[in-house]
Design a protein around this ligand. Sequence first.
Ligand SMILES: Nc1ncnc2c1ncn2[C@@H]1O[C@H](COP(=O)(O)OP(=O)(O)OP(=O)(O)O)[C@@H](O)[C@H]1O
Ligand SMILES: [Mg+2]
Length: 359
Amino acid sequence: MEEKVIDKSEVVIKLENLTRNFGNLKAVDNVNLEVCKGETIGLVGPNGAGKTTTIKMIAKILRPTSGRILINTNHHKLEDLQKVSRTISNMGFLIDIPNFYDMTAYQLLRYFANLQNYPKDKIDARIDELLDLFKLEDWKWEKVKTFSKGMTQKLGIIQSILHDPDIIILDEPQTGLDPAARIEIRSYIRELQSLGKTIFVASHMLYEISEVCDKIALINHGSIIGFDTVENLARALRTNELNCTLLDPIALNELDPILTRLTEKLNPYLEQNLDPNISKIPIKYNPERQGLKIYYDGRNKSKGEILKILIKEFESDFTVISYIQPRSSQLERVYLEMIADDALKIKINQNGVLEKNEK
Ligand SMILES: Nc1ncnc2c1ncn2[C@@H]1O[C@H](COP(=O)(O)OP(=O)(O)OP(=O)(O)O)[C@@H](O)[C@H]1O
Ligand SMILES: [Mg+2]
């Protein structure tokens, strides 16, 4: 296939002061955002943040209370969405978990292709092509109600791209999928990227989606609280701090030699360019909290090594009973609240074995 040359500076979706109220609730509050051609943008926020409401306005299912949406139709100029025809043929949507009744996969896709006025003589070939791509070819004649959640979700994605739109908008494409299926969905998103598509994808899982996105828009309570490349956000989000709580306090007369030894042993994993505004020393002891604060290099592997050393080599000095990464920056606090379920919390059980605290 020919690689498309894409001008990534051409804006194809522009949200201008976009606002949607439900009674007193500002579900989407003055959102400004630009999506360029060929970009993959993630709209990431917790439940109720306003992601679906934003997408429904782009799909013209909901009307904005104020502000507007500009869309680059095929004429390379931005037009007010309210003024373009009702069916926007260069966009495809996956919104909500599709409910596909009593049809076979083929019947269902044919039905959607007809809705989109896809050329009748090409429909069958197009359906076969996509069922192949998503590895559903053996299910073409099976009833959709017998499909697993993951297969139904894939069918929903096929439905959204059936008419070969340039802009694809996916609301939580990984909902209800197991880790393997979520990885698969990511590989399909990559597939669409290689075809030069512009993709706008909403998710409440930052890590999940950041891998395939060029930029992430963080949304909370209807407002965009950050919009940047994944690298820049990651820099702002990265925690380089570990807090370990100890079973018993360290006696004051033992503190200095212990800290010296700790600094020596943990040195390869510590933050080497520690900002003096944050701290002058990489390891601190807080007697009130019976806690050790360690500024490390931010690598996952280092975290593991640090913990191993604390447990094995300082066994006779103290016992670490829990280990957390604190919420330091504003952005990170919101982000961690979003992904509270995934927040890193490791505990050591009574037998001295590491346990990941699931909740
Ligand atoms: N039709 C509606 N009527 C009243 N309130 C609504 C309506 N649709 C959404 N809301 C409210 O607007 C807010 C934003 O909802 P929205 O569905 O956009 O969030 P979301 O980011 O998609 O969340 P989720 O991750 O749960 O899908 C929520 O507080 C929700 O309760
Ligand atoms: Mg939603």
